[in-house]
Ligand binder design. Structure first.
Ligand SMILES: [Zn+2]
Length: 327
C-alpha cells in the first residue's frame, strides 16, 4: 500500500512535469505590434476628413502616407493611372507602394500587404435618402486597414534598422476601392466599378515582362471594430487556401480564434480579388463580415456611423499580431 502510494506519487509528478513541458511548447512568441500607434494612425487619417477621391483631404492624406512610409525606411513608389468609374468617366488613381527590402533581398519572393486608403463618397446604407449623399467618415472602412499597415511599416523599419528583416515586403495603399456604383445612381450599373486602384495595379503587374515574384498577399479591410468577426472569405479560399489556413491557424495560436472564425463566408469583391484574378498572386482578405446582417456587413458599414467610436485597440492588436506573424 505504501509502495503503491509512492509509485503513484512519482507517476503524478511525472505527469505534472509532462504537462508543464507541453504547455511550454504551446506558447507562441508574440510578434511586436503597438495598437496605440495603429490607433493614432487611424485618428490622423480621420483628422483629414473623409478621403474621398478628387478631394483635398484625399490628396493631403496621400502625401502624408508617402511621408510615413519613407520615414519607416521604405522606398516609395507612386503609381498613377486612370480607370473608368461607374459613369464610364476617367478616374485618376494614385496607388502608394512602400518597398521594404535590403539589397541582398532584391530577387527574393516578396510578401504583399494591402489596404485601401480612399473612403466612400456616399453613405448608401443610410435609411433616410437625403443622408445617402454624405461622405462615409471611413474609420473602419479605409482608415483601420491603413492604420494597422502603417504600424506594420513602423515595425518593418525597426527590423531594417537592426538587420532582422528576413523577407522583402511591399505595403500597398490602394486608391478608389470604394467608388463602386452608388445606390442613388439611376443609370445602368457597370461591373468592376469597385477596387479601381487594385485593378490598375494588377493589370500593370500582369503586363510586366519581368515581374517581381510575390509569394502571397494579405489585404485588410474593416479591421478595427470591437466586435470584429473575420470568417474565411470565399475568394481567398478559392485562390489562396493554404495561406488562408496558415493565417487563421496563427490567429488561433495567438489566442484570437474567436475573432478569426473557421467559418466559411460568401465571396466578397475586395482588392484581393483582382490581385488573385488578374495578377495571379495568391491573396487573402481579412475583412469584417457580419453573419447577423442581411448585407453581410456591420451596421455602421457605408453609414455616417463609421467613426472612431467603432475602433477598438484590442482588435487592432489582434490583427496586427496576426499579420506580423506571417512576415
Ligand atoms: Zn466600403
Amino acid at each position: 500500500m505504501k509502495s503503491f502510494v509512492h509509485t503513484s506519487y512519482i507517476a503524478l509528478l511525472f505527469l505534472v512535469l509532462l504537462t508543464a513541458c507541453s504547455k511550454k511548447q504551446a506558447v507562441v512568441s508574440r510578434p511586436a505590434f503597438a495598437a496605440d500607434s495603429a490607433y493614432a494612425y487611424i485618428e490622423r487619417q480621420m483628422a483629414f476628413g473623409p478621403r474621398v477621391p478628387n478631394g483635398a483631404a484625399h490628396m493631403q492624406c496621400a502625401v502624408w502616407l508617402i511621408e510615413q512610409l519613407r520615414a519607416c525606411g521604405a522606398e516609395v513608389e507612386l503609381q498613377k493611372g486612370f480607370m473608368p468609374d461607374y459613369r464610364g468617366a476617367n478616374q485618376q488613381i494614385y496607388n502608394i507602394i512602400g518597398h521594404f527590402y535590403t539589397p541582398e533581398m532584391t530577387n527574393r519572393p516578396r510578401i504583399l500587404l494591402g489596404a485601401h486608403y480612399d473612403t466612400r463618397p456616399w453613405c448608401d446604407e443610410e435609411e433616410d435618402y437625403n443622408d445617402r449623399f454624405y461622405n462615409v467618415p471611413g474609420a473602419n472602412d479605409g482608415a483601420s486597414g491603413v492604420g494597422v499597415l502603417l504600424e506594420v511599416a513602423r515595425q518593418l523599419g525597426v527590423k531594417l534598422a537592426d538587420s532582422t528583416l528576413t523577407k522583402p515586403v511591399d505595403i500597398i495603399f490602394f486608391d478608389c476601392e470604394d467608388m463602386g456604383t452608388p445606390r442613388v445612381y439611376t443609370g445602368e450599373e457597370r461591373e468592376d466599378t469597385w477596387c479601381l486602384g487594385s485593378q490598375l495595379w494588377a493589370t500593370n503587374y500582369e503586363r510586366l515582362s519581368e515581374k517581381p515574384v510575390y509569394s502571397f498577399g494579405i489585404v485588410l479591410d474593416m479591421v478595427g471594430a470591437p466586435d470584429a468577426y473575420f470568417p474565411l472569405e470565399m475568394y481567398s479560399t478559392n485562390y489562396a487556401q493554404n495561406y488562408q489556413q496558415k493565417i487563421w491557424k496563427s490567429a488561433e495560436q495567438l489566442g484570437y480564434g474567436a475573432m478569426f472564425a473557421s467559418q466559411q463566408s460568401y465571396p466578397i469583391t475586395d482588392d484581393h480579388y483582382y490581385i488573385n484574378y488578374i495578377a495571379g498572386i495568391p491573396c487573402v482578405d481579412i475583412i469584417h463580415y457580419d453573419i447577423r446582417n442581411a448585407t453581410g456587413f456591420p451596421n455602421w458599414w457605408h453609414t455616417r456611423n463609421d467613426d472612431m467610436s467603432n475602433i477598438s485597440k484590442s482588435t487592432l492588436q489582434a490583427v496586427g499580431e496576426v499579420v506580423m506573424s506571417q512576415l
